[in-house]
Structures are given as structure tokens and as C-alpha cells.
Design a protein around this ligand. Structure first.
Ligand SMILES: [Zn+2]
Length: 264
């Protein structure tokens, strides 16, 4: 963990000091070596929160964009279950920074537990993810001329999308793509609303952070995002009405097309 409680204050690990875990109250040891980033560890290294993921530079640089008070915050469910949220904003949005693979069952329990959750996924862990994602997107089309929203079929051809496209929460992929000065691009993966097609949009990382730090993310989710979802839904409804061909493709046809596309 990044923080332990030392003399009542959230404190980062430093050589030779000990602290208390805000979650379980046990003693934490500061680990400041060369192999891993400075962190606090429980005795025996096992974290008291089974959902805890060992942190990388990527986690830390994301967390560091938010106030200390928002980082590593205990979130309680009504039944008393508690977990450490990577970031919990003053508007109760939980931001989970996910570096390693997470199985769908745990992903769903975490999403249900936190409710107002946004997943930010490290797209740089596997070398092939960004390449696959960009190649997948190149087969798609822009949904509306005004918005940078794209749709494409066969999301399962991109491994990262395959792992996340059925999420009913907001997901942002972070491939570390540079954008205009001091900014980088994130890819918003819209909650799944139809089978076989995924909708994504590029999104400024700077804006994402600002929407949270200025307390505007709720307004964004209620207005802008809902409007985009409406554009997508209307598009689907229109296509259904005009018997859009891909909607009628039988499973066999799809498989044949799949094989052709892969050039097998
Ligand atoms: Zn603990």
C-alpha cells in the first residue's frame, strides 16, 4: 500500500518506520528496496484486503493525480464488508486502477460492491494489447460526426476488449498514448448494450481527472454520457428497423466471416 497511519497521519513508506494499516489495524512495515516501489507491507506480505493488487508505477502515477485524502479509502457496504478503494472522490466515485488480469466473477463483485465505480485498465501490461485494439478499431466506423465514438464488430478479436466489453460499469483503457501537450488519451469502453459490437470513444486523461477533481463527473455521466448512449441506442434501433444485414447474419455465416477475416 502507498499509505499507512503513522501518528494519526496517512504517511508514505520511508526506511525504518512502522505504521498501522487503516483497514485491519495491524502493524505495517515500510519496504523501501530497489526491486519494487516503496510500499507498506503486512507481516508475511499478505494484504488484509483480498482484492488488493500489488502496485506498480502506473498505479502510483494515477493515484498521485488525486488528493491524498481520496487515495486508499475504506469503503463500507451496509452489511459491514469493507475494502480499500484505490481512489474515492468527494462525490463517492470509486476509481479502480487495474493492472493485472481480473477474473469476471471478481470484477462483477467489485463493481456491485462499489456501485459508483470507474475502472481504469493498464493497457501497457501486454505488448500486444494496444496493437490489437487499434487494429480492431480500424475495422469499425465513427458513430456520429460530432463525437469521437467508434463502433466495431468482433470485439473478441482484441484480448483486452474481450476481457472488459461485457462490463456494465464504465471502463477506460490507458495505453499511455500521448496527446496534446501535458495530456494523454484514454479509451472509454461503453457499457455493453448489444451483442457482437463494442462502442468506444477516445477521451482526454486530463479532462477525466479534472471532471473528478472539480466534482463534475456526475454531471458528465448524467448528461453527456447519457446523450452518447442515446445516440448509440437510436443507431441500433434504426438499424434494427431497416433490417441491418449484420443483425441477420446467422451464427454459421458469422463463423465463416470470422475465418475469412483471419485468413485461415
Ligand atoms: Zn491490513
Amino acid at each position: 500500500m502507498k499509505y499507512a497511519i503513522v501518528d494519526g497521519i496517512k504517511t508514505e513508506a520511508a526506511k525504518g518506520i512502522t505504521g498501522i494499516c487503516a483497514n485491519c489495524g495491524s502493524m505495517l512495515i515500510a519496504k523501501c528496496g530497489e526491486l519494487r516501489i516503496n510500499h507498506w507491507a503486512h507481516k508475511g506480505e499478505r494484504n488484509c484486503d483480498p482484492w488488493w493488487e500489488n502496485e506498480t508505477e502506473w498505479h502510483r502515477s494515477w493515484k498521485g493525480l488525486f488528493p491524498t485524502a481520496w487515495q486508499e479509502v475504506l469503503h463500507f457496504a451496509k452489511d459491514g464488508e469493507k475494502h480499500i478503494a484505490d481512489v474515492k472522490t468527494s462525490n463517492d466515485w470509486v476509481l479502480e486502477f487495474q493492472h493485472s488480469y481480473i477474473n469476471p466473477v471478481e470484477r462483477r463483485s467489485r463493481t456491485n460492491f462499489y456501485g459508483k465505480i470507474v475502472w481504469i485498465v493498464d493497457g501497457t501490461r501486454r505488448k500486444t494489447d494496444m496493437k490489437q485494439f487499434l487494429s480492431w478499431i480500424s475495422t469499425g466506423a465513427q458513430v456520429s460526426p460530432k463525437n469521437p465514438i467508434f463502433k466495431a464488430s468482433f470485439p473478441e478479436e482484441c484480448r483486452l476488449l474481450k476481457e472488459w466489453e461485457d462490463s456494465n460499469a464504465l471502463v477506460f483503457f490507458d495505453f499511455g498514448q500521448a496527446a496534446k501537450e501535458g495530456d494523454s488519451l484514454l479509451w472509454l469502453v461503453f457499457p455493453k448494450i448489444t451483442n457482437g459490437i463494442a462502442y468506444v470513444a477516445y477521451f482526454s486523461k486530463k479532462r477525466f481527472v479534472e471532471l473528478h477533481t472539480t466534482g463534475q463527473f456526475d454531471i458528465f455521466a448524467q448528461n453527456e454520457l447519457n446523450e452518447i448512449m442515446k445516440i448509440i441506442r437510436d443507431g441500433i434501433a434504426q438499424k434494427n428497423a431497416t433490417n441491418y444485414r449484420s443483425a441477420l447474419l446467422s451464427k454459421t455465416e458469422r463463423q465463416v466471416r470470422n475465418i475469412r477475416r483471419r485468413g485461415i
